[in-house]
Design a protein around this ligand. Structure first.
Ligand code: HEM
Length: 139
C-alpha cells in the first residue's frame, strides 16, 4: 500500500509545524489581512482545529472527527465570506508554509494541489465553482 501524506510529511510533528507556520504567516503577511480579520484575535483554537483536521485529512489519526463529528467543512465556513480573493490569500499562506516546512518537493506540490481543491470548493461568494450550491455539503 502507498504511504499516506501523513506518513510522507513526517507525522504529527510536521503537521503541527505546517499549521504553526501557516497561521504565523496569516498573522503577519499584510496581503493576508483580509482573511486574518475573519479569525478570532487569539488563533490558538484555530491552530488546534486545523491541526486536528489535517491529521485525518492526510491519512493520520482522525482527531477532528473524533471530537466534532463529520467535518462539514463547507458549512462551517458559511459564516465567513469566502470568495476567490479569500481563497487566494489562504493558498498564499499555505503555499509558503509548504515550501518552508515540507522537504520533499513532490509531496509539497501534491499537497498544494489537494489544498487548492478544498480551498476552491470553500467559496460561498462571488460565483465561484460551488458558490451556487446552497446548503449542499459534500465535504
Ligand atoms: C478558502 C479560504 C478559507 C478561509 C477564508 C477560511 C477561514 C476560516 C475561518 C475564519 C475559520 C474560523 C476560525 C475559528 O473558528 O477559529 C475557519 C475554520 C476552519 N477552517 Fe478554514 N478557511 C479557508 C479554507 C480552509 C481550508 C482549505 C481548510 C482545510 C484544508 C480549512 C479548514 C478549517 C477548519 C478545519 C476549521 C475549523 C472548523 C470548526 O470546527 O469550526 N479552511 N476557516
Amino acid at each position: 500500500m502507498q504511504a499516506t501524506h501523513y506518513e510522507r510529511i513526517g507525522g504529527e510533528d510536521k503537521v503541527l509545524a505546517l499549521v504553526t507556520r501557516f497561521y504565523d504567516l496569516m498573522d503577519t503577511l499584510p496581503e493576508a489581512y483580509g482573511i486574518r480579520k475573519m479569525h478570532p484575535q487569539d488563533l490558538a483554537s484555530s491552530r488546534q482545529k486545523l491541526f486536528e483536521f489535517l491529521s485525518g485529512w492526510m491519512g493520520g489519526p482522525q482527531l477532528f472527527i473524533e471530537k466534532y463529528g463529520h467535518p462539514r467543512l463547507r458549512a462551517r465556513h458559511m459564516p465567513f465570506a469566502v470568495d476567490a480573493s479569500a481563497r487566494d490569500q489562504w493558498m498564499m499562506c499555505m503555499r509558503q508554509a509548504l515550501a518552508e516546512v515540507v522537504d520533499d518537493k513532490t509531496l509539497a506540490a501534491e499537497l498544494e494541489a489537494a489544498f487548492y481543491q478544498v480551498a476552491d470548493f470553500m467559496q460561498n461568494q462571488g460565483g465561484g465553482p460551488a458558490a451556487g450550491m446552497g446548503g449542499i455539503q459534500i465535504r
